[in-house]
Design a protein around this ligand. Structure first.
Ligand code: BGP
Length: 498
């Protein structure tokens, strides 16, 4: 066994304010970017229509907000705002070590540029932190999870404007001054590389009505978020030094389709820009040269100031995290396409897929953990993973989600293998531990949780909570993991053998 003391993994669950809370116009909350995303029944174009909003879609959403009409799933989420204490009690019963949740920027700063925060917003999150702490769970906070006050988009152009950096640090300072001593782990941004693939979700950038995004606005916005991340870490280390700061990317786990040198090179180059760029800046502290070539070749001017480079070098994060749902295939040839998290990719003939086309690849997770650890030599957290599926409620109310249990079991085994490989892994966070609205397709029907929420894509239902079979399974797995850890002193080989 190598010298480093083995870490006991944390097993947790996650939600995000825009997908969970609802109460979009309650308690002084402002309209945010996710409140503007309409539900569109799943078709080829649906994802674009619901994810890449245009000025006309936004105008329609604002008009509908005035009359509270239309089907906007993020406005109701899973009604978590009303079910808070009940849900935290369920997570305690589930035996979670850690709960990842996000704060709604627009619930604390309805427009985003106010001098002082909204008292009702502060009071709500006082309840959240109090409930999580009382339940004995560690907190894992996401400061921004795909939602920002719409006013910042309309008045400033979103993250294209450096003013957003100061407004964001103002928001973050309020959070750390009030709850800093209750924050164990945090992320300035969810899946920060999403800004490149999903600019409305990631950086609050509307898509032009009649054409593609201006990539210089996309990458300028992304760069400004990197600067904001480093500024928040700098501030947090003064205000609440005990909190552990992280960065997060959507991990695409690229494989070349063939062993042709061209496929392999494309794999490396795509991985650099789509996945490692954010990690190299935020965890390793430098702006990578490969981005300068990429921007030059794509005619994308972005201002990386010398002071930004100094900031990056002096304020790298404490841990690295990623979402892992599926793997991707890269090829220079034509190939059958399939959907994935945020991206469409070439189908991998060795893998099965979910109903949404996401390829199931537990072994890829072991690879992802090893490669991230080797690249950054910082603790790694799997901060999102899970199996999105349509669950059937039996007549007796039971929900037999064996497919989800199988997915989790296979991925957990690979995590323990990666730990045995020497990876310093912090833990695993089950995405959507309580059913929430899907970020990609705005569907309630695409469920990840151990807890079922009685609601459909139109918002019909009681929103009552019930346990799926995976609830007892995950509970027992966590209990068994900690038992094996204490019995073996955390020796990964011995733990795997049990
Ligand atoms: C990630 C997001 C989450 C979540 C997840 C699952 O990209 O960080 O917010 O939603 O993907 O995706 P979906 O909800 O589209 O199934």
């Amino acid at each position: 066994m190598n010298q480093r003391k083995r870490r006991e993994l944390l097993w947790g669950g996650a939600t995000a304010s825009s997908q969970y809370e609802g109460a979009w116009n309650v308690g002084g909350k402002g309209l945010d970017t996710q409140d503007c995303r309409p539900y569109v029944p799943r078709t080829e174009v649906a994802t674009t229509a619901t994810r890449l909003l245009t000025p006309s879609t936004i105008a329609r959403a604002k008009a509908d907000a005035l009359t509270d009409s239309g089907n906007y799933p993020f406005r109701r989420g899973s009604r978590g705002y009303e079910h808070l204490e009940e849900d935290i009690a369920l997570l305690k019963e589930l035996g979670l070590d850690i709960y990842r949740f996000s704060i709604s920027w627009a619930r604390l700063f309805p427009n985003g540029d106010e001098a002082e925060p909204n008292p009702e917003g502060l009071a709500y999150y006082d309840r959240v932190f109090a409930a999580v702490k009382a339940a004995g769970m560690k907190t894992f906070l996401t400061l921004t999870h795909y939602a920002m006050p719409l006013h910042l988009v309309e008045a400033y152009g979103g993250w294209t404007d450096r003013t957003l950096i100061d407004l964001y640090v103002r928001y973050a300072r309020v959070v750390f001054e009030r709850w800093g001593d209750q924050i164990d782990y945090y992320l300035p941004f969810n899946e920060i590389n999403a800004g490149y693939f999903s600019p409305w979700n990631g950086v609050g950038l509307p898509k032009p009505e009649d054409g593609p995004y201006d990539q210089s606005l996309v990458f300028t916005s992304l760069h400004h978020q990197f600067v904001a991340s480093a500024r928040v870490i700098q501030m947090q280390r003064e205000v609440a030094p005990a909190a552990q700061s992280g960065c997060m990317v959507a991990y695409f786990c690229y494989y070349p389709f063939t062993c042709s040198p061209e496929d392999n090179l494309k794999c490396t180059l795509d991985e650099n820009v789509n996945q490692w760029y954010a990690v190299d800046v935020l965890a390793r502290g430098y702006h990578p040269e490969y981005m300068d070539r990429f921007w030059a070749e794509h005619g994308v001017p972005v201002d990386v100031l010398d002071e930004d480079r100094v900031l990056f070098a002096q304020n790298t994060c404490d841990f690295v995290s990623f979402s892992y749902y599926t793997s991707s295939v890269v090829t220079t040839q034509e190939g059958e396409q399939t959907a994935g998290n945020l991206v469409v990719t070439t189908r991998n003939p060795y893998l099965k897929s979910s109903e949404w086309g996401w390829q199931i690849d537990p072994v890829g997770l072991r690879d992802a953990l090893n490669r991230t650890w080797d690249r950054c030599r910082k603790p790694v957290m799997v901060c999102e993973c899970g199996f999105g599926a349509r669950d059937l409620v039996e007549e007796d109310g039971s929900i037999h989600d064996a497919y989800r249990i199988a997915y989790l079991r296979d991925h957990f085994e690979q995590i323990e293998e990666a730990v045995a490989d020497g990876v310093d892994c912090l833990g695993f966070i089950l995405w959507g531990v309580i059913d929430i609205v899907s970020a990609g397709s705005c569907e309630m029907g695409k469920r990840y949780g151990c807890v079922y929420v009685d609601a459909d894509d139109e918002g019909n239902g009681t929103y009552a909570r019930s346990k799926k079979d995976s609830f007892a399974w995950y509970h027992d797995f966590i209990e068994d993991y900690h038992r094996r850890f204490s019995e073996t002193g955390g020796d990964p080989a011995a733990m795997l053998a049990r």
